[in-house]
Design a protein around this ligand. Structure first.
Ligand SMILES: *Cc1c(COP(=O)(O)O)cnc(C)c1O
Length: 395
């Protein structure tokens, strides 16, 4: 825990800005039209009274939180979800006025002070945490009550009070000064699975908890349950608001949910060819010589590497796009550079743009392709691009 002396400073990351990005060796393009399109697609699935929370935690899944937040709010989202207090402050400092729910746990008095000061809305996960909040707010002598969001655990086994204790928990919060219940919510563990057993069980538990709360004469003003997968899978899970992350960035949580809406990937990762040369048959390429030229090859060096977030485990496995063609990457991916076999584009020029993720003419490489190759999920791929890559907004 931080002491009072250790002042934290909020690192301000480069957001989508237009400074001389064309001179950069590598960058991330954020397609704001695609982002807006995705929000509208999701909005179309929702009843008019259901609100859309855009989850912009982790710097909007690597897309740049401030730019994304502004765009989604103009496109039909009315709430923002973040994981941490600093993520919320970053949005407030950018003059974003929309309600912001902090989805993660907040526990220290410094965090609670910041929540009150910046008008962020916390998640309350337990009676103990509710008491800490109430006591802390009492001590700073605020007149206003703080809107709080009650988190129930219906089977994710992460944050929240178990659904069977929903009644006691809410009754306690109701009676505490300085706190006002703004919503009751829970989170699904398997919404992206084609097997609906667990999701249905969690749904039933959420319903039981709501019934318990209503029996006590308490009417929660807002209920929310669905992440992207549940938003696409089942309208019965939409309640008063949905919390969508992955889908607004244009990715499907699972193959079987592709039919529901038309989503467009928002992110593209690009870099430039920095050198082109011929390598003789039998020469090794890059650290460890994990690739030996099987014939004379035309080799292109590209200025992007694992320190930018290109997973080193894709070495010798990934393809990139140049002039709408798929080009194999060869040898180990290094910290700042990768090599390509461009033998079938003999006139390739230094300075040409290489698409690592995204579309080039009729070809497309997505975070799903990388995730499949690496045995992970698209969420992790999106979050992996480092801030050394400037985020550039394109319309
Ligand atoms: C991250 C998160 C979401 C969004 O999940 P997606 O699968 O990306 O839509 C929703 N709710 C909570 C509590 C989360 O932590």
């Amino acid at each position: 825990m931080l002491s009072h002396e250790q002042k934290t400073s909020i690192v301000s990351y480069p957001q989508c800005d237009t400074y001389a990005w064309y001179s950069q060796r590598a960058w991330v393009e954020i397609d704001l039209a695609a982002l807006s399109h995705n929000v509208k697609q999701l909005r179309n699935l929702l009843s008019p009274k259901t609100q859309l929370m855009a989850v912009v935690k982790a710097d909007a899944y690597g897309h740049g939180a401030v730019t994304v937040a502004k765009t989604v709010l103009e496109s039909g989202a009315s709430w923002l979800g973040v994981a941490t207090v600093p993520e919320g402050i970053q949005l407030r400092e950018a003059s974003i006025k929309a309600p912001i729910l902090v989805l993660g746990a907040v526990q220290t008095s410094e965090q609670i002070h910041a929540i009150a000061h910046w008008k962020l809305q916390p998640t309350l996960c337990s009676p103990k945490q509710a008491l800490v909040f109430s006591d802390t707010l009492e001590a700073i002598d605020v007149d206003a009550t703080l809107p709080v969001h009650i988190k129930l655990d219906t089977g994710m086994s992460r944050l929240g009070t178990n659904w069977q204790q929903a009644g006691e928990f809410i009754q306690l919060v109701e009676r505490l000064p300085h706190l006002r219940i703004a919503s009751v919510y829970s989170h699904l563990a398997t919404a992206d699975s084609a097997d609906l057993t667990v999701m249905n069980l969690q749904h039933q538990r959420f319903e039981e908890a709501i019934a318990q709360i209503k029996t006590l004469g308490i009417e929660p003003p807002c209920l929310h349950f669905a992440n992207s997968a549940a938003t696409l899978a089942n309208q019965a899970l939409h309640y008063d608001m949905v919390r969508a992350g992955l889908a607004i960035y244009g990715h499907y949580p699972a193959e079987h949910l592709r039919q529901t809406v038309n989503l467009k990937p928002v992110i593209q990762v690009k870099a430039r060819v920095t050198q082109v040369k011929t390598i003789a048959k039998g020469m090794g390429v890059s650290y460890g010589y994990k690739y030996i030229a099987p014939r004379d090859i035309r080799l292109a060096v590209v200025g992007i590497g694992y320190a930018d977030g290109i997973p080193r485990n894709l070495s010798n496995k990934m393809q990139v796009l140049i002039r709408g063609q798929r080009i194999p990457q060869i040898g180990s991916i290094t910290m700042d550079q990768i090599m390509l076999d461009v033998s079938h584009i003999p006139d390739i020029q230094e300075g040409e743009i290489v698409t690592l993720l995204g579309r080039d003419r009729d070809e497309q490489i997505t975070a799903d392709d990388w995730a499949k190759e690496l045995g992970t999920i698209s969420w992790e791929i999106l979050c992996s691009f480092k801030h050394r890559l400037p985020r550039v907004a394109v319309e």
